[in-house]
Design a protein around this ligand. Structure first.
Ligand code: 1HE
Length: 259
């Protein structure tokens, strides 16, 4: 049974799970309740869901950690708090389905950590990305130091945290913080379009992309080649894959088009 906060909403639109941060008055800042709701939603996704899309209500995707909660926290509490984010965002990244983040306005601090746990980031032109932890005298605690360098490299993340550098949407796409940049107000629409496309993939291929690809990237090459061979042999043995290949050979499936 899902136990979710009033500050987040969940609905199933066909086979797409739509999750909305719904705390616009605090710029969707993530308090403990919201973090545990994110965990609960991703642990309890209904079986019909093939893809999830996460977005934010109001002018901003997410202002990051709710700073009002850290005032009195001591070191052991801080440790457990950070670990609770790790667990929740691990459920997002390594859950059953691909997750798309539809971004606009502030994607900062823990908001960027949440976005970086998703598989695809679609930003509209209003989106801006920053890691104000550096200037707040703290550090990333929601897995950002592990995930964000994989998107943009250690040097760019160091710069963001040391100097407070803010990336606007176009530059963010150029450096790899997002994979798409779209017109203001259309990030959700574009995300839904991509979600429908992804939902039509063979489920085992999507699963391999979520679970095998990032792990292969961290394996030594010879292990990676072996894992890859296992994945391709398993995916291609599924009846669905055989049908898709037969359809292509019979001229019944879409060709790859230049645009
Ligand atoms: C908040 C938060 C928050 C807004 N925690 N309350 N993140 C940050 O350091 C980013 C802090 N926030 C901002 O820089 C700005 O709020 C925004 C650029 C996101 C939005 O600006 P704006 O002008 O639209 O809103 P605002 O007037 O600044 O904020 C509206 C309200 O939301 C206000 O509260 P109010 O009661 O006075 O109305 C703000 O205090 C509140 N608010 N952001 C708490 N973050 C796992 S470790 C992760 C570590 C981090 O994420 S650190 C980075 C935190």
């Amino acid at each position: 049974m899902m136990n979710i906060s009033k500050d987040i909403s969940f609905e199933l639109q066909g086979d797409i799970a739509l999750i909305k941060l719904n705390r616009a008055s605090k710029r969707n800042a993530l308090n403990d309740d919201l973090v545990s709701s994110i965990r609960s939603i991703f642990e309890n996704l209904p079986g019909q869901a093939k893809v999830a899309v996460i977005h934010g209500e109001g002018e901003h995707f997410c202002a990051g950690l709710d700073l009002s909660e850290i005032k009195e926290r001591d070191a052991p509490e801080g440790m457990l708090h950070s670990r609770s984010w790790h667990t929740a965002l691990e459920r997002v990244q390594y859950g059953p389905v691909p997750v798309i983040a539809a971004l606009h306005g502030a994607v900062v601090g823990g908001g960027l950590e949440l976005a970086s746990a998703c598989h695809i980031r679609v930003a509209d032109e209003t989106a801006f990305f920053a890691l104000p932890e550096g200037t707040r005298g703290i550090f990333v605690g929601g897995g950002g130091s592990v995930r964000i360098p994989k998107l943009i490299g250690v040097a760019r993340m160091t710069d963001m945290m040391m100097t407070g550098r803010v990336y606007q949407a176009a530059d963010a796409e150029r450096v790899g913080l997002s994979q798409y940049v779209v017109q203001a107000g259309t990030a959700l629409e574009k995300s839904m379009e991509l979600a429908h496309r992804i939902a039509s993939n063979a489920p085992l291929t999507n699963y391999a992309l979520i679970h095998a690809l990032p792990r292969i990237a961290e394996q030594a090459s010879d292990h990676g080649f072996l894992t890859e061979a296992l994945m391709v042999s398993i995916t291609q043995s599924a009846p669905e894959a055989k049908k898709r290949v037969r359809d292509f050979l019979a001229g019944k499936a879409a060709k790859v088009k230049a645009s």
